[in-house]
Design a protein around this ligand. Structure first.
Ligand code: ZN
Length: 290
């Protein structure tokens, strides 16, 4: 493994790799990735003098143990009912996640304002853009007007003070990265292309834990674990070895749902086959869109 890393480093610019590894070590501490951290330490010990280069974390294959798969836990529609429970689970398991926030939810109630601050101050959590209005839950109309869609995401970006332009479209599983273009419903294509043109990296999901009609998590963690295995086994993930998982804060209001999500994460961790990352570490997401 060490030899492998060294060979790749020379080929792909050793200086950049050292910086990359330094940054990864920091990220991994919060994401519970012990194996990656060990690799990072090996590189840092080489003690190169220009280790402060700002890293570009886009060359995942160099830092991912070939036996591991990456899971990106993402939670939509916060701040919301369930946000506090979500944070409790993340801390209990010391696992990182990404919160795709809805701008107007931050103004919904005092509790939501407080939860936004909890999310913002939490090192395990990364914030991303899920629009300001959530399309008022009228998706077909919303996507008919690409200019209004961009405006809605810009409004969320400004009001939530988001620095990145990583976005997820409400009600649609749409992807617009350099190497992934997917639109689940064709009528949203123009709006999705416009978001990309405006600089938004639009990311959907590979697997969703859906709700019951009572807004609790549907099915148990064992069933979800099987789905994770099935996606990797059948190569159904958008990027090989990387799975974007989605559920929603508001499904985490009852004890059973909280327990099931907790068990899901615990068993993923204990299997020792997975590492967890924030969405800004998804392969290629930091590339400038073209
Ligand atoms: Zn949503």
């Amino acid at each position: 493994m060490t030899k492998n890393f060294a060979e790749k480093s020379v080929k792909k610019s050793f200086l950049g790799m050292v910086a990359l590894m330094s940054a990864t070590s920091i990220l991994c501490n919060s994401c519970n990735q012990k194996n990656d951290k060990k690799e990072s330490e090996k590189m840092i010990r080489k003690d190169h003098p220009v280790a402060k280069i700002v890293p570009k974390i886009d060359d995942d294959e160099n830092i991912l143990d070939p036996d591991k798969r990456v899971i990106y836990l993402t939670f939509d529609d916060g701040p919301n009912h369930g946000t506090e429970n979500l944070l409790k689970i993340l801390h209990k398991r010391n696992v990182c996640a990404t919160a795709f926030l809805v701008g107007k939810h931050a103004y919904g109630s005092k509790k939501q304002q407080e939860d936004l601050q909890l999310l913002r101050n939490d090192k395990l959590v990364e914030l991303a853009n899920h629009s300001f209005t959530h399309a008022h839950n009228k998706y077909t109309d919303f996507y008919k007007d690409p200019i209004a869609v961009i405006h809605d995401f810009d409004t969320a970006k400004d009001s939530l003070k988001l620095y990145d332009k990583i976005a997820r479209t409400p009600g649609r599983n749409i992807w617009r990265l350099n190497n992934i273009t997917i639109t689940d419903l064709k009528s949203s294509t123009e709006a999705a292309n416009s978001l990309k043109k405006a600089g938004y990296k639009v990311i959907g999901w590979d697997l969703e834990w859906k709700p019951t009609n009572k807004m609790a998590l549907k099915g148990d963690h064992e069933a979800m674990l099987k789905k994770v295995d099935s996606i990797f086994f059948n190569d159904l993930e958008k990027t090989s070895r990387h799975l974007v998982f989605l559920t929603h804060d508001q499904y985490l209001t009852d004890a059973d749902s909280v327990n099931e999500l907790d068990l899901f994460i615990e068993k993923l961790q204990k299997s020792n086959r997975f590492v967890f990352r924030k969405i800004s570490e998804y392969p290629g997401i930091n590339e400038i869109l073209n």
